[in-house]
Design a protein around this ligand. Structure first.
Ligand code: PCA
Length: 327
């Protein structure tokens, strides 16, 4: 080997080492998300990842794993808390059994428009963030689902028609709701919903038009009642140690990406809400408002659920409602 070749080889080797150094300085984050890859929440997760890559100059490279493919919906929070995944997305009120305050977005008939839901989130935000910090989590952005209504495979006019129906719940509050209507709740992830309906494990559920559309529930069910009982939120959370380990500059770049994505995601949800109903009816479902008798029963159950929540969430829960109501 001539001296010249040795030099070239050495230079090439150090260029490689530099590139490798740069690659390890950049962080790769796997981001498990719970819902279908084609759902707007997951699509917005990809928008967020792109913005983070852009704003941090490639320092943080997030890969989205939608549909519970990396961790199932019910496992995502723990995975992020324990650092198995640095970041992830989940339905906030799914965690209310562990921390009742996180059920703030699951209060029936309290905030039933996007504007009111946003107002309620602003009333809840600081307390929710403090609660999440106790769980070793930092919320980067939240995004509402469209309003929640009931899916059935028959006409339902009151609780006389719901007795004994097998009901897919997505958290403890919806299980309570079902029991109050004489139904039998079973908790099932959205990712497994089509199968549960196909096998008869569930024959009814409460959700937005969005999840009914994603899971093509018209293959099994016939009626959707638009109740618009609440607009629950998903949130993108990051492990607190991972977050605290970022420089202030990187944190603000990531937060900018999160703020922009949160607003775009809420706007997308609102834009799609009616479109989903059109898809359900276009595929043969009867999509109507709940009848007066059913609705007044739901409102009575809802009022009880809200007061149960205030009791469970304590002074912080009451303070959120007071701030929301302008008291
Ligand atoms: N879809 C999710 C949660 C709320 C919603 O609209 C689900 O049914 O699991």
């Amino acid at each position: 080997m001539t001296n010249r070749t040795t030099l070239t080889t050495t230079l090439a080797a150090s260029a490689l080492a530099l590139a490798a150094g740069a690659a390890t300085a950049a962080e790769s984050w796997d981001m498990p998300m719970a819902y279908a890859a084609t759902n707007f929440h997951s699509e917005m997760g990809v928008v967020f990842a792109d913005k983070v890559r852009d704003y941090t100059g490639g320092e943080i490279d997030i890969t989205v794993h939608a549909g519970g493919s990396l961790f199932k919906g019910g496992e995502i929070k723990r995975a992020v808390q324990t650092g198995q995944a640095p970041i992830g997305e989940r339905f906030m009120s799914a965690h209310a059994n562990e921390a009742p305050l996180l059920g703030w977005d699951n209060l029936p008939f309290v905030a039933t428009t996007y504007a009111d839901n946003d107002k309620l989130w602003h009333a809840a935000k600081d307390k929710v963030n403090a609660q999440l910090a106790d769980l070793n989590l930092v919320a980067l952005y939240t995004c509402p689902w469209p309003g929640q209504g009931f899916y059935f495979k028959k006409e339902v006019n009151s609780s006389n028609d719901t007795q004994g129906i097998k009901f897919r719940s997505y958290n403890t509050a919806t299980a309570t709701f079902a029991e109050e209507l004489g139904m039998i709740p079973v908790q099932i992830e959205a990712a497994e919903l089509s199968q549960a309906l196909a096998t008869g494990v569930a024959e009814s559920f409460i959700s937005s038009g969005s999840t009914g559309y994603d899971r093509k529930v018209w293959e099994h069910l016939t009626h959707y009642y638009k109740v618009n009982a609440w607009l629950p939120r998903n949130y993108v959370m990051v492990n607190k140690q991972v977050w605290d380990g970022l420089s202030a500059e990187t944190q603000s770049q990531v937060q900018k990406a999160a703020d922009e994505t949160g607003s775009a995601c809420a706007a997308k949800s609102e834009e799609l809400a009616n479109w989903y109903f059109e898809q359900l009816s276009g595929n043969g479902m009867a999509v109507t408002d709940a009848g007066p008798e059913f609705l007044s029963e739901l409102q009575a159950i809802g009022a009880k659920m809200t007061s149960d929540w205030v009791e469970a969430a304590g002074a912080d829960g009451q303070a959120i409602l007071d701030a929301y109501n302008g008291n």
